[in-house]
Design a protein around this ligand. Structure first.
Ligand code: ADP
Ligand code: ZN
Length: 523
């Protein structure tokens, strides 16, 4: 018996307890494990933190042969391998960052049947030398982690995952387990088709994470809002997501100036810098990682207490996966999303400009619109978010921002008409600040140069604050009555939606935002 088969005479339950130290299976784990033990294919959909790894690790050990795990990220593989070794499992990872000695050691362990579980990147797996070597080893299971990367519809498509369509040909009769936290139905169908698993059992767990307190706020002073969100968690770990590399650097610097242990993380860092950042993050010390979406898969620190978005993600799927990195230990955690009208308009603008094929753009657009609708929702956030994934939560969650502080709305028809008129009268080419200055009769060079202080709309909004008007602009953008065009961000009317409002044919209910005063932005 090769060493890798030493667990085969023990039950899955025993191995779960003795090796992993867990008292029992969670939600769908038992079903997924059972499926693989019987040699059948399955697709497992579980939210981040749901416990996907156990689903393939147990059958990998309990079935004869070596377990093969395909994983997209080196950091993620190294993490898993280190964790498993501590548990006495002989795991290894084959990827491009090994030196020749390390690779040779793994090759010899493989040949001697000493590897229980091999993690591998898709491109490495399908290189001819590796493939030859692996087809000669009996496999217990093939796990395809982050399986949504195979789908061009998914939000994290990786072309190299496409090559995995060749798996059934090279490894017939080995049960395959595809795992992902992306619940989108289209992606699900794509995975099943690409991996040629028409008979796979599809196991979908609830995506409800009751320990996440979801909050969404209009952007005012983002640095102030960020500090408020992080304040309770000075001794813990938090993640702050930003839309650009430069912004992560600026925000991290601002936090450090205020005495926070903060670190920027983005794709522009060198491999050494990335590793150092990940190491610090994993060490358990208090840390705020200010990151782009590059800080993503495989972030396995269970005690992240807060995830803050300073920019709006492009889809509910991406958003959910990112906030899912909070509270993997099950303890209450906060997520705060800041959003503004300009973000929304800019995201729409770039999507229109994108060179992607029309059908892809259509999907991206519907995701973006679902995201925008989520930010403006006045009902329970958790319900609204789960609804995006086709899951209905019967009762409001009771702990999101809207549940705790029911949203006040007011009749904003008059305000909306004033603002839309001002956009129209100033020629539909000026940005929000200019239009608001006209409404509030705040003289600027641009206003006098253009004679906008002579217009009928001059000063008709003096009774309201600037942040009030920014809220109106944002909500009119979210509704589609206004859009932003051109490189200077000029506001324009969308006649189909704006005209009925201007004519008084349609009433506009607006949320009364508890807006943080607009000063001291850092981004
Ligand atoms: P995912 O890959 O789905 O994001 P992981 O497999 O990394 O999730 O597991 C998330 C956390 O849950 C880990 O800290 C893991 O130790 C824990 N966990 C997984 N399965 C169980 C279980 N059956 N009982 C207790 N804890 C578990
Ligand atoms: Zn709620």
């Amino acid at each position: 018996v090769p060493p890798r088969d030493r667990f085969c005479n023990r039950s899955v339950q025993e191995v779960l307890q003795a090796v992993f130290g867990f008292p029992g299976f969670r939600s769908l784990q038992a079903q997924a494990v059972e499926c693989a033990m019987q040699g059948q294919d399955a697709l497992v959909l579980m939210p981040t933190g749901g416990g996907k790894s156990v689903c393939y690790q147990i059958p990998a050990l309990c079935r004869p042969g070596m377990g093969l795990v395909i994983s997209p990220l080196i950091a993620l593989m190294d993490d898993q391998v280190a964790g498993l070794r501590q548990l006495g499992v002989n795991a290894a990872a084959l990827h491009s960052e090994l030196d020749e000695n390390e690779s040779a050691q793994i090759r010899s362990d493989l040949a001697n049947g000493r590897v229980d579980l091999l993690y591998i990147s898709p491109e490495r797996l399908l290189s001819s030398g590796t493939l030859d070597r692996l087809t000669r080893i009996p496999l217990s299971i093939i796990a395809i982690d982050e399986a949504h990367c195979i789908s061009a519809w998914g939000h994290e498509f990786r072309p190299e995952y496409r090559a995995l369509t060749a798996l059934p040909r090279h490894f017939p009769n080995v049960p395959r387990l595809a795992l992902t936290a992306t619940a989108d139905e289209r992606t699900r169908d794509d995975i099943l088709a690409a991996l040629d698993m028409p008979h796979a059992q599809v196991l979908v767990s609830s995506f409800h994470r009751p320990n996440l307190n979801i909050a969404v706020q209009p952007k005012g002073s983002e640095l102030k809002q960020l500090l408020v969100a992080l304040e309770r968690y000075r001794e813990d770990a938090s993640i702050v997501y930003c839309g650009s590399r430069a912004r992560t650097e600026r925000i991290a610097a601002s936090l450090r100036e205020r005495g926070w242990p903060a670190l920027a993380y983005h794709a522009g860092l060198s491999p050494v810098e990335k590793r150092a950042a990940l190491l610090r993050f994993r060490s358990g010390e208090p840390l705020v990682i200010v990151a782009t979406v590059a800080f993503g898969m495989g972030i396995d620190r269970p005690d992240v207490r807060a995830v803050v978005h300073l920019d709006m993600p492009s889809s509910p799927e991406a958003y959910y996966q990112q906030i899912g990195r909070a509270g993997r230990d099950g303890l209450p955690s906060d997520t705060v999303l800041l959003y503004g009208g300009e973000d929304i308009a800019r995201a729409r603008y770039w999507l229109d400009q994108s060179a992607a094929p029309d059908n892809e753009k259509r999907i991206m657009r519907s995701r973006l619109e679902a995201m925008i609708a989520f930010t403006e929702t006045t009902g329970c956030r958790t319900q609204a978010l789960l609804h995006c994934f086709g899951e209905e939560l019967e009762q409001p969650c009771g702990h999101c921002d809207n549940c705790r502080h029911p949203v006040l709305t007011f009749d904003g028809t008059e305000a909306a008409r004033k603002l839309l008129s001002a956009v129209y009268r100033t020629g539909e080419s000026f940005g929000a600040l200019h239009v608001i200055a006209v409404l509030r009769a705040k003289q600027t060079d641009g206003i006098s140069r253009n004679g906008h202080d002579k217009l009928s709309v001059w000063g008709i909004g003096q009774d309201r604050s600037e942040s009030f008007w920014r809220g109106v602009v944002r909500q009119l953008i979210a509704r589609g009555a206004l859009r932003i065009e051109g490189q200077y961000g000029g506001l324009r009317l969308n006649p189909d939606i704006a005209r009925p409002i201007l004519r008084g044919e349609e009433n506009v209910a607006l949320r009364a935002d508890p807006v943080v005063e607009h000063t001291g932005n850092v981004g």
